[in-house]
Design a protein around this ligand. Structure first.
Ligand code: ZN
Length: 206
């Protein structure tokens, strides 16, 4: 079967008690676990920052969390330090059935640029190798869920479409940061407008 499930950033720091916890983010784990057995190929992305990463407010003079500043010529939201390599926060959530995951693709490893998408950094300078990995396996159809709808899920979906994949977004398998009210809803609208099909997990497995 030429399809894969892409599990975006289901890591401790984006879940309850984490450094950048997404509201109700933990609810996504059960959806992922329910769907994974229905896919021969499951790929996970992992936000994986060095401690000096430029997206952390603590690494920028006079920049507060949530503020937008310039990082390497790109607009960048300042985040609390999160998903630092070697910390528990960076690990995939322990309740996620890791044995079902074929391959993990780390991103955000370059301190000079952030990387929301599982395919490229935000400046599209480097590929993570995900698109090539999928193509080598003849995979054309991607089902995407994870955290967070308005950042890494959206960027991954838009890049996947741009790379020629057909994309289904599993709406109940995502939660948004919603820095501004409605960001998650707007992100879903953008993904739909770009060509993603929006569906609920029950359409794949109940
Ligand atoms: Zn990050």
């Amino acid at each position: 079967m030429s399809r894969a499930l892409i599990v975006v950033d289901l890591q401790n720091d984006f879940c309850a008690g984490g450094a950048l916890a997404v509201k109700d983010g933990d609810a996504v784990i059960a959806v992922a676990n329910r769907l994974m057995p229905h896919f021969a190929t499951v790929v996970a992305t992992q936000d994986f920052h060095p401690a000096d990463h430029g997206s952390f407010a603590t690494n920028q003079q006079g920049v507060a969390v949530g503020q937008v500043f310039q990082l390497g010529g790109l607009p960048q939201v300042a985040w609390p330090a999160h998903c630092v390599q070697g910390t528990r926060g960076a690990e995939l959530h322990p309740e996620l059935v890791a044995g079902s995951i074929s391959q993990v693709f780390p991103k955000g490893t370059d301190a000079a640029v952030d990387s929301y998408s599982g395919f490229f950094d935000n400046g599209r300078r480097k590929s993570t190798g995900l698109a090539e990995w999928l193509r080598e396996r003849g995979i054309r159809d991607l089902y995407v869920l994870g955290l967070a709808t308005d950042y890494c899920v959206k960027a991954t979906v838009l890049d996947a479409i741009d790379q020629g994949f057909s994309v289904w977004l599993i709406e109940d398998g995502c939660r948004a940061v919603d820095l501004a009210e409605g960001d998650g809803e707007r992100a879903i609208g953008e993904m739909r407008a770009a060509g993603a099909t929006i569906l609920w997990s029950g359409a794949i497995a109940t």
